[in-house]
Design a binder for this molecule. Structure first.
Ligand SMILES: [Fe+2]
Length: 386
């Protein structure tokens, strides 16, 4: 028995972002709380066009352009206060994973009448429907536009941490996935976000929560990434590659909400919170090491990942892990955490935070802390090719 519940309506394709005003009108919106980061997307032409469309529909809006990378609980709280003060009734998230997660945090806090922080690590479940949330991704990686999850930065025990939370109410009502919005992404962002999508698909496929329907999404996502991520990285204007990567990231987001993730994300969240390492970059480095370590327990699944990624009819599991490392290297991504310039003093702190990752139990191979630390030391300064 398995469950597959992916309730977000998806409109996919070039120009789909233009539908936002009419779709928000259909959802009954009278005043939209627009959430973006503070950077270029906040003043981008596509967002201006959406605002003009809202004007035409007679829908008001308030633009909250403060969703920083890895949004903090304080930013979410500020958004909640403004949402209420401005008497908004719906949310439009426009940007990468951070604005989308920030929007989910604001929506869930408004719906539940208490801050999202109260639900992180406490076992408290989300029960109230969010204000209608429309998500428009401008990167191809997070998949947050179709996921039931969000990640926030917070202080825990006097130390920064990145903690995720999940629940059925967090699925956006509508995802408008428009590859045209992703054409302007710089190469490094294309690489990191694309490798995040690959990590979602691979971890969901290897998760103890994997199911046959989610598997289809994972393998197709991996196939698309293997065929097109490098093209999108080297030629950002290649719309066919952007379209394929947008599809891959959405497919992987659907899969991760069904099947879960594993310790690649555990280590990446810790390295992100403590060392400021970009999420996708950390995942790209960690994924091949973890795949290599899972070979004794998940050989045929890792081979399937390798076949999908490389298009080869046959590939060994160890070569599959190397294929992921080679793809990352071709995108200019360092081969271990130390090579990113992370301070050596952070090494054990990152491990200590990561070992408590709430989804650790979904990894296909369950390690003792000592075994996991040995593996982590290789991720820190080793090579998958050793
Ligand atoms: Fe991720």
């Amino acid at each position: 028995m398995f469950t597959f519940n992916s309730p977000t309506k998806i409109v996919f394709g070039t120009g789909s972002a233009d539908l936002a005003p009419k779709e928000l009108a259909a959802l009954g919106a009278k005043k939209v709380f627009i959430v973006t980061g503070p950077g270029k997307t906040a003043v981008s032409e596509p967002l201006k066009a959406i605002k003009a469309g809202l004007d035409s529909e007679g829908i008001g809006y308030y633009h909250f352009a403060e969703a920083e990378a890895d949004p903090s609980i304080a930013t979410v709280a500020k958004g909640v206060a403004l949402f209420k003060k401005e008497a908004c009734d719906s949310i439009l998230a426009f940007g990468g994973g951070s604005p989308m997660d920030c929007a989910k945090g604001i929506g869930v806090s408004v719906a539940e009448g208490r801050l999202v922080e109260d639900f992180i690590g406490t076992g408290l479940a989300f029960t109230q429907p969010l204000p209608p949330l429309v998500a428009i991704p401008t990167t191809a990686g997070t998949g947050s536009e179709v996921t039931n999850a969000a990640v926030f930065s917070l202080e825990a025990g006097g130390q920064k941490a990145k903690k995720g939370t999940a629940g059925t109410t967090l699925f956006p009502r509508l995802a408008l996935v428009d590859p045209l919005l992703q054409v302007s992404m710089p190469g490094a962002l294309t690489a990191a976000t694309g490798m995040d999508a690959l990590t979602h698909a691979a971890e969901a496929y290897l998760s103890s929560g994997a199911n046959p329907l989610a598997d289809i999404f994972c393998l197709e996502s991996i196939r698309l990434i293997g065929a097109t991520l490098h093209k999108a990285y080297t030629d950002g204007g290649d719309l066919a590659a952007r379209e394929a990567m947008a599809r891959a990231s959405t497919l992987a987001g659907i899969a991760l909400s069904q099947a879960g993730l594993g310790m690649v994300h555990g280590f990446a969240h810790a390295a992100g919170a403590l060392g400021g390492l970009a999420h996708g970059l950390a995942n790209a480095i960690i994924l091949p090491f973890m795949m290599q370590s899972y070979v004794p327990v998940a050989e045929s699944r890792i081979e399937a990942i390798g076949r999908a990624l490389t298009g080869k009819a046959s590939i060994s599991a160890l070569d599959s892990a190397k294929a992921v490392a080679n793809l990352a290297a071709s995108l200019g991504i360092p081969h271990n955490l130390k090579a990113t310039g992370l301070d050596e003093a952070l090494r054990d702190k990152v491990f200590d935070d990561a070992k408590g990752y709430k989804r650790r139990g979904q990894s296909p191979r369950l390690y003792t802390d000592e075994e996991l630390y040995d593996l982590y030391l290789r991720i820190w300064s080793g090579s998958v090719k050793e």
